[in-house]
Design a binder for this molecule. Structure first.
Ligand code: BDR
Ligand code: CA
Length: 315
């Protein structure tokens, strides 16, 4: 089995990713760390607790992380996509605020779990990369013992979603993303290049919302607002499975195509948060890309097969 810490900002598609992890026998989920993003971190932390309860694993630790980016300020989330409560404003029975305080800080959870099983722990990051960057900067020796970092975020060859240039998770903390993509550990980037096309359609959504367990009931309540956003603004009947797609890279890698490209993150101007791959081979790296490690970038996927896999597993 694969030991996994899931760093998240739940978030409707984060909720699907957590339920996919809990439904996957290949995964040993060690805990959730939380970050600002789709909603403020107090909200995403409470949601993480809610997801573990609904998923039947209230025993797992929830570790609260950053309330804002390394530089600048958090803009406040996207209530029109994920709801003010971060779970689609669908009256999900949320863990009460005082249910159980966060167990430890996100960076401490990452350090503890990695040092408990050096070389064996995978980090799956499906929110802004603030916690992951802080872990690398504060505990670099421990961070070098991470087996793999898989990121949902970025856009190598395709347009952004939160701005024309940038994807939301990277845009929420570009400095952190540039640290994570440049650190001395194996990183995979599952960005909009593939996740925009991995769509859970009506039949998939019926399946993941109707199993009758608390997890299925939660998804049935959380998804409709997110789905409405895709209908109104993207003209599709269904939702992009961004965060679960990143977990799918770990579970069904044969359904993805990847390229090894060094990545830099744009830090200024209207392109802030854009991920720039160095795709052309050259005798020496271009200025700015010197010394940057290759990142495994997902460039294509058997999209329908990935969507079927995600829905079948959770159903
Ligand atoms: C990413 O941004 C968040 O809003 C989603 O949860 C996902 O992690 C998609 O751009
Ligand atoms: Ca997310």
């Amino acid at each position: 089995t694969m030991k996994l810490v899931l760093d998240c900002d739940p978030g409707v598609d984060d909720a699907v990713a957590v339920m996919l992890a809990l439904a996957s026998p290949e995964v040993e989920l060690l805990g959730l760390s939380t970050v600002f993003g789709n909603a403020p971190v107090d909200v995403t932390t409470r949601n993480a607790r809610t997801l573990l309860r609904a998923g039947g694993r209230p025993d797992l630790p929830v570790a609260k992380g950053a309330h804002g980016p390394l530089v600048g300020r958090f803009g406040g989330g996207v209530p029109f996509i994920h709801g003010k409560d971060g779970l689609g404003d669908g009256n999900v029975a949320r863990a009460s605020e005082d249910d159980r305080p966060p167990d430890l800080s996100a960076v401490e959870l990452l350090r503890r779990e990695v040092l408990a099983a050096p070389g064996e722990v995978t980090l799956l990051a499906v929110g802004p990369l603030t916690n992951i960057a802080l872990f690398a900067r504060v505990h670099p020796e421990a961070a070098r013992q991470v087996a793999r970092v898989v990121v949902m975020g970025g856009n190598a060859l395709s347009p952004g979603n939160i701005t024309p240039g940038a994807e939301a998770n990277i845009h929420n903390d570009p400095e952190a993303a540039d640290i994570v993509m440049g650190f001395d550990w194996p990183v995979a980037m599952v960005g909009l290049d593939v996740t925009d096309g991995i769509v859970l359609g009506p039949a998939h959504l019926d399946a993941i919302g109707s199993g009758g367990t608390p997890a299925h009931d939660l998804l049935a309540r959380a998804v409709p607002l997110y789905r409405q956003f895709y209908k109104d603004f993207n003209d599709i009947d269904g939702v992009a499975a961004h965060d679960p797609a990143a977990l799918a890279l770990l579970l069904v890698p044969d359904l993805f195509d990847t390229e090894d490209w060094p990545i830099r993150v744009e830090l200024s101007g209207i392109g802030r948060g854009k991920t720039w791959p160095q795709t052309r081979r050259r005798p020496t790296p271009p200025p700015g890309w010197e010394g940057r490690p290759p990142v495994q970038v997902a460039t294509g996927a058997r999209s329908e097969a990935v969507a079927d896999f995600i829905a079948d597993r959770i159903a």
